[in-house]
Ligand binder design. Structure first.
Ligand SMILES: [Zn+2]
Ligand SMILES: [Zn+2]
Length: 170
């Protein structure tokens, strides 16, 4: 029996990882910007990150942003959190590709370069960043691709081995 999913267009690796980054960004806690980052090596995800407060600290969305020189400085940025997750788990970030929903800010750019990231893939730009300058100097190419479709196509109805749960869980 053929799954109907096969007939649909399979996402490219770039689209796949950027869609994951978009999904991850839904967990962001600063209402000024929702960012997501996925670190990938050899087509495998090493870690993910979104912009959120220091673990245990209050969230912007609950108590308001901490704005300093026109930027909210409360959160650890998505790229930093992705690198931090690797540090916690003892995973090398060397030669990984960073899929980010937005052009990294200046600090994250420096951290990504320092972490040995060899390529950055984004679909949206960010004002006020030295990213292009620093990445160019470090020979890290930035690849811009079109924003992936925001639809995740999970067709539960037509799979024979899975059943839709009728009951509502809280
Ligand atoms: Zn904030
Ligand atoms: Zn940043």
């Amino acid at each position: 029996m053929k799954h109907s999913n096969r007939n649909k267009e399979r996402p490219t690796w770039d689209t796949y990882f950027l869609k994951v980054a978009m999904l991850v960004s839904e967990r962001a806690t600063c209402p000024r910007m929702h960012c997501g980052c996925v670190l990938v090596r050899d087509k495998r995800i090493l870690s993910t990150g979104y912009n959120g407060s220091i673990p245990g600290d209050e969230h912007c969305e609950d108590i308001g942003c901490m704005v300093h020189e026109n930027h909210c400085i409360r959160t650890i940025h998505a790229e930093m959190n992705a690198i931090i997750q690797c540090a916690i788990h003892g995973v090398s970030t060397q030669d990984a590709t960073a899929y980010v929903t937005n052009m990294p800010c200046t600090n994250c750019t420096k951290a990504l370069i320092g972490a040995g990231i060899k390529e950055v893939v984004i679909f949206s730009d960010y004002h006020d960043t030295k990213a292009e300058e620093f990445f160019a100097k470090a020979n890290v190419p930035i690849r811009r691709i079109n924003m992936p479709e925001k639809v995740i196509d999970y067709d539960l109805e037509s799979f024979t081995s899975a059943k839709v749960i009728e009951k509502e869980y809280d």
